[in-house]
Design a protein around this ligand. Structure first.
Ligand code: FE2
Ligand code: FE2
Length: 306
């Protein structure tokens, strides 16, 4: 294990999200299911009597490797770091690939964990997309589920885990106490930088998230790769799906403009599919492939810049 990469599997971070935001007891009625999907935030209103069963599968504390991952992420994601990564990756001149090709490339990511029990990256993407499709959502929404994690290919270009996955948050202003493991931000040089450590920092009240630098990771990167091809709702889902302090905890409202407020309803709609669509039933990749290749073709050219 590399000291910069404490997680044995990139998905350990996502498993830890399930500890923080456990799935409610299974709901069988389609109406309730739909309501559940309509508002991810309602997951937080847990009946105290139910808590024990809801939490039974999850540990109360994050695993030490996950905690170490957050220590690295929170101490190293500075304004300077984010700017350096944007300068490195956002010209999008690494390669040209199609979407399915990128999915296969992401699938070459080899983790240390047991390959027989863990889903491959393609399987997670297909499960997310299939859950969205099963609920009758429009094609662009299904496609968003299919591609939302493709930015994780950053790992294959040598980026450390803490610069690819993890909760995202604005840099250049004070860190919200609602960001998980907030205390680790004390180790971040920006914590003591007077330009960056006030509530608004380098931004103005309600300037809008488009003017806000987010911590660097797979969300922001993929947003830039696909921004010319998808509707704005899809782009918000992609760009902010790991911004839990805003979409789940509803903090950072002082940076939001009217469009952000409206669009975050879509981010909230997307979140349960990302978190709760994982199942042991492995999707049949080859059977599903023609449907998804057609869907990709409807929105994307054969190859795009990465
Ligand atoms: Fe993700
Ligand atoms: Fe995901």
């Amino acid at each position: 294990m590399n000291a910069q990469d404490p997680l044995s599997d990139l998905d350990d971070w996502e498993s830890d999200l399930l500890r923080r935001y456990p799935q409610p007891d299974s709901i069988s009625s389609p109406d309730v299911q739909q309501e559940r999907n309509a508002d991810a935030a309602s997951f937080k209103t847990t009946d105290p009597n139910k808590q024990e069963t809801e939490f039974r599968n999850y540990q109360a504390e994050a695993r030490p490797s996950v905690k170490e991952f957050y220590r690295l992420n929170h101490s190293l994601q500075t304004v300077d770091f984010v700017q350096s990564r944007r300068a490195e990756f956002l010209p999008l001149r690494r390669t040209r690939m199609g979407i399915w090709e990128a999915m296969e490339f992401l699938n070459t990511l080899v983790d240390d964990s047991d390959p027989d029990t863990d889903l491959s990256q393609i399987e997670h993407l297909l499960q997310t997309a299939e859950a969205i499709r099963a609920d009758g959502h429009p094609p662009w929404f299904i496609l968003t589920g299919l591609i939302h994690d493709l930015g994780k290919i950053l790992c294959l270009w040598g980026e450390p885990q803490w610069a690819v996955v993890g909760d995202t948050f604005p840099v250049g202003c004070a860190h919200s106490p609602k960001v998980v493991y907030h205390d680790f931000f004390r180790l971040n040089p920006d914590w003591n930088d007077a330009r960056y450590n006030t509530r608004l920092g380098i931004y103005g009240e309600h300037w809008g998230l488009d003017k806000v630098l987010m911590s660097w990771g797979h969300d922001e990167y993929l947003y830039h790769v696909v921004k010319d091809y998808l509707p704005i709702e899809a782009l918000y889902m992609i760009r902010y799906h790991s911004f839990y302090a805003a979409h789940r905890e509803r903090d950072y409202q002082y940076l939001f403009d009217d469009r952000d407020r409206k669009m975050f309803e879509w981010v909230r709609r997307f979140n349960p599919y990302d978190l709760y669509s994982k199942s042991d039933q492995r999707p049949d990749v080859e059977r599903l492939r023609p449907f998804y290749e057609k869907l990709i073709d409807d929105y994307f050219p054969e190859k795009i810049d990465w």
